[in-house]
Design a protein around this ligand. Structure first.
Ligand SMILES: Cc1cc2nc3c(=O)[nH]c(=O)nc-3n(C[C@H](O)[C@H](O)[C@H](O)COP(=O)(O)OP(=O)(O)OC[C@H]3O[C@@H](n4cnc5c(N)ncnc54)[C@H](O)[C@@H]3O)c2cc1C
Length: 518
């Protein structure tokens, strides 16, 4: 049962009940000899829309279930975008697109090569098997849809292999999305890892409890505090995600000295890379008008999809955000895919600020595509000692030549796919960004002005072997004892795909280190 302060002393205090935090709570409380407190700023995951796979539209706009972090203005039109994150038990896995990927084996080997022993594929691969065997149900679409079949066939014409299990290989491939869905219902990290163990007497869960700071005694973390509460811990583990975790560290005096001083915070540890080294997927957004009345626009617009879902938990509402996923190379000489696209057979009207997502009336289709391993760096920092003050988030999109050239390659490959039969016959024309976008410069501008973030930011508390890496390869915060970070922020380089699965696997692996006291 959720519990309210005051809290006694715990062996572990885990902050944030998302993809990582739920796994940690499960694994660390498996030892009945240790007391674990899991603290979540959001509420319980009782909103009925959470269980409906395509029910996230409303959840993402609702401040009780989602955080909204505005970025700095960027791009040719200097727009601000909101980085949304889940705020409830399950964290972002309660509001995300449910597409499940492990990433490429070589991504994990690269972590090891960067000086992080224990993070290569031979070590992380078993963690994926463990999470998939322990409640994280992964399914794929069984019914063949004629339009989606044509997308997949067009992909095979480009040389991509059709796969039912997209995680079986790291080659160029296309197929129906794999998703964390069981019997037409979303499976969040809380469903998979937290709720099944919530009756353990040594596991306490506190909801609606926001942590503002880590409490320090000299260079030792002793617990956490927020408004109206504090909790003492043998070890504190921050798992608030790549935006909130560096924010909490900075508010606690752990971060770049200049940033802390200008926010009026005493410097406990000058750790220059807390909030730096941010990497995010920048996704192109394309839409097409269809020649026939296929796809989901009508079904989703006239209530038929809701009726079908209510009756049988099937149909468009029972599927992930995107129905077809492909991984491919932007240049044939590459040794592995460097691009991902996701396609859904519905289309939306331009988003109006503060308005819910609206579907087009005419039949349409959308496609997003992004570079798998961007190497541009952004950064985020606090602007004040007040935990409610906005952050300064610089997304850093397309800052490197690699990212600009690869992004253009991704966009042109998407156009090639939609011009390939049998898909080409289904397409009347590209509505977004449209035929006016041709040159490399126009493509990059379209990516910045009409694209979107991938919701996959990493790197803001990156692990590494050097003194200026925020955490060491055992995810211990440098400069402080009894404090770790275990969430998406510790990844120094991008994992090639969607991140919920990789972050849960990372937490599974981290629990081995924590339980072993290493
Ligand atoms: C809209 C969206 C769509 C996505 N689509 C996909 C997808 O299709 N497939 C996929 O694999 N991945 C997807 N992702 C990404 C994936 O969900 C995240 O990468 C993953 O959940 C990150 O895990 P995490 O544990 O680092 O953080 P989160 O899962 O975000 O969990 C962090 C938790 O910390 C809590 N918290 C934050 N601040 C505090 C505080 N001060 N005190 C206490 N608690 C706090 C939050 O409320 C949250 O519950 C998507 C993400 C979003 C937002």
């Amino acid at each position: 049962m959720p519990r309210k302060p005051p809290f006694p002393m715990f062996d572990y205090v885990i902050v944030g009940a998302g993809a990582a935090g739920c796994v940690l709570a499960n694994r660390l409380s498996a030892d009945p000899g240790v007391d674990v407190l899991l603290i979540e700023a959001g509420g319980e995951d009782t909103n009925p829309l959470i269980a409906i796979p395509r029910g996230f539209g409303e959840l993402l706009g609702d401040p009780t279930t989602a955080w909204h972090y505005p970025t700095r203005p960027f791009g040719p039109e200097q727009q601000v975008e909101h980085w949304v994150r889940g705020k409830t038990l399950g964290g972002s896995t309660a509001v995300n697109g449910l597409v499940y990927n492990r990433g490429q084996r070589a991504d994990y080997d690269a972590l090891e090569e960067l000086g992080n022993p224990g993070w290569g594929w031979d070590d992380v691969g078993p963690a994926f098997e463990a999470i998939e065997d322990n409640g994280l149900n992964v399914s794929t679409v069984d019914e063949a849809d004629p339009l989606l079949e044509d997308i997949i066939t067009a992909g095979t014409e480009l040389g991509w292999r059709r796969m039912r299990d997209l995680n079986e290989t790291d080659e160029e491939r296309i197929g129906y999305a794999m998703a964390t869905i069981r019997d037409g219902r979303r499976v969040t990290a809380a469903d998979a890892f937290l709720h099944p163990v919530s009756a353990r007497p040594n596991l306490t869960v506190a909801v609606n409890t926001a942590v503002d700071r880590v409490r320090l005694d000299g260079d030792r973390a002793t617990g956490v505090e927020g408004r109206g509460f504090q909790a003492d811990a043998g070890e504190v583990i921050l798992a608030c995600g790549s935006v909130a975790t560096p924010k909490i560290l900075q508010l606690s005096g752990i971060g770049p000295a200049d940033t802390l001083r200008s926010a009026g915070i005493d410097v406990a540890v000058d750790s220059p890379n807390v909030g730096a080294r941010l990497r995010e997927h920048r996704a192109f957004f394309l839409q097409h008008r269809l020649t026939e009345d296929l796809g989901y626009n009508r079904l989703l617009g006239n209530g038929a999809a809701e009726e079908q879902y209510r009756a049988s938990r099937t149909g468009p509402l029972a599927t992930p955000s995107f129905d077809v996923v492909a991984f491919f190379k932007t240049r044939p000489e590459l040794d592995r895919p460097d691009a991902q696209i996701q396609v859904a057979p519905f289309s939306i009207l331009p988003l109006e600020p503060g308005q819910p997502l609206m579907l087009e009336r005419e039949p349409g289709m959308m496609c997003v595509g992004f570079i798998l391993r961007p190497d541009s760096h952004g950064a985020l920092q606090i602007t004040s000692a007040d935990p409610d003050a906005p952050l300064d988030i610089d997304p850093g999109y397309y800052d490197t030549e690699h990212d600009r050239a690869t992004a253009v390659g991704v966009f042109r490959a998407i156009r090639r796919l939609f011009a390939t039969e049998p898909l080409a016959e289904r397409i009347e024309h590209e509505t977004v960004p449209g035929n006016g976008v041709e040159s490399d410069g126009e493509i990059l501008d379209a990516g910045l002005t009409m694209g979107g973030c991938g919701y996959h930011a990493i790197g803001t508390c990156a692990m590494g072997p050097n003194d200026d890496d925020v955490v060491d390869p055992r995810l211990r915060v440098r400069g402080v004892t009894n404090l770790r970070v275990v969430d998406a922020s510790v990844l120094p380089t991008m994992v090639a795909g969607n991140l919920a699965g990789p972050v849960s696997a990372l937490a599974w692996r981290a629990a081995d280190f924590i339980a072993a006291g290493s």
